[in-house]
Design a binder for this molecule. Structure first.
Ligand SMILES: [Zn+2]
Length: 144
C-alpha cells in the first residue's frame, strides 16, 4: 500500500501556512506549523483508536444472539482493519515528528529535493517528492 493513501490532513480545520515572499524553506515558523498540525492529527487519531477499542468491547458483550454473530464478525474485521490502518498512520506521524526535530522534514528521502509546502499541506507525512512518488507508484504497477 502506498504511504499516504486516503489520508489528508486538510479536513482537520487547520489553516494552511501562508508563505511570505522570500521566506526560507522549512524555517522555524514552517517547522512549528507542521509540528502543530501533526500533533493535532496524532491526538485525533489516538482518540479515534480509543473509541474503536471501546466500541469493540461493547460489541463483545452484546454478542449473545448467534444469528447476529456473522454480522458481528464482519463488523469486527472491519474495525480491526481500521485500527490497523490507524496504528500504521500513528507510527508514520511519530516518524515524521522525529524528522521535524532533526530538521530533516520536508525533503525527499529518495533524491533530496524540497517536497514543497503545498504538497506537505495536503500530505503532511509525505517523505517523497511528487516525481519520486509518481515513479514509485509506476514501479508498483509494473510489479503488480
Ligand atoms: Zn524525490
Amino acid at each position: 500500500m502506498s504511504e499516504d493513501t486516503g489520508h489528508r490532513a486538510d479536513h482537520h480545520g487547520f489553516p494552511p501556512y501562508e508563505v511570505a515572499p522570500g521566506e526560507a524553506y522549512m524555517n522555524a515558523n514552517q517547522e512549528t506549523h507542521f509540528r502543530e498540525l501533526l500533533d493535532v492529527w496524532r491526538t485525533e487519531l489516538m482518540e479515534e483508536v480509543d473509541r474503536t477499542v471501546d466500541h469493540m468491547k461493547v460489541d463483545t458483550v452484546h454478542c449473545a444472539d448467534p444469528n447476529d454473530r456473522a454480522t458481528q464478525e464482519s463488523d469486527m474485521g472491519m474495525e480491526l482493519r481500521t485500527r490497523d490502518r490507524e496504528r500504521k498512520l500513528l507510527t508514520k506521524i511519530e516518524k515524521t515528528l522525529k524528522k521535524l526535530d532533526e530538521h530533516e522534514y520536508g525533503y525527499c528521502e529518495s533524491c533530496g529535493v524540497e517536497i514543497g509546502i503545498r504538497r506537505l499541506e495536503a500530505r503532511p507525512t509525505a517523505d517523497l517528492c511528487i516525481d519520486c512518488k509518481t515513479r514509485e507508484e509506476e514501479l508498483e504497477r509494473v510489479r503488480g
